[in-house]
Every structure is written in structure tokens, then in C-alpha cells.
Design a protein. Structure first.
Length: 85
């Protein structure tokens, strides 16, 4: 009679493959697109919610880009030309 090996199998938590898929399929935005979107939001011609819906981005992402954009401008105007946060 042969016996099967009873070595424990290694199980991957269900969250890890899902996280990997989301990371691999995440949309990457070019700097020019981020600037265009932030400037459109600053113009105020339409609501941020409408802008984000049209551009298919989360409002939280828009506000993060907006904050980075304004901070970079503030640093540049203060004479700091090295753009490291």
C-alpha cells in the first residue's frame, strides 16, 4: 500500500491575488494629464465631482494631485528649484 504525503500545502490568502491584479491593472496617468485635470478643476467651470467622473478618477486622487501641484508651485516660487518632496 502506498501512502500519500501529508505535507501541508501552502495557501495564498485570497486578498493577495486580488491586490496583485488591481496593482497590475491600475491606470497610470502622465504628468501632462494630471496638470490638465488639475487646471480644469482650478478654473471652476464645472464641479470637481463632474470633472472626476468625466476623467474616470476618484475625487481623492484629484485632491492629492491638486495638493502636489500647488506645493510644487509654492516651492518653485520660493526659489527652490530642486523638486524633491
Amino acid at each position: 500500500m502506498s501512502q500519500k504525503s501529508s505535507a501541508p500545502s501552502v495557501r495564498v490568502p485570497a486578498e493577495k491575488p486580488i491586490r496583485d491584479i488591481r496593482r497590475a491593472t491600475r491606470k497610470h496617468h502622465f504628468a501632462e494629464d494630471k496638470i490638465r485635470i488639475v487646471l480644469e478643476g482650478l478654473r471652476g467651470e464645472e464641479s470637481i465631482a463632474t470633472l472626476c467622473r468625466r476623467e474616470a478618477i476618484a475625487e481623492r486622487l484629484y485632491y492629492a494631485w491638486s495638493k502636489e501641484f500647488l506645493e510644487a508651485g509654492k516651492r518653485r516660487l520660493a526659489g527652490d528649484t530642486w523638486a524633491c518632496p
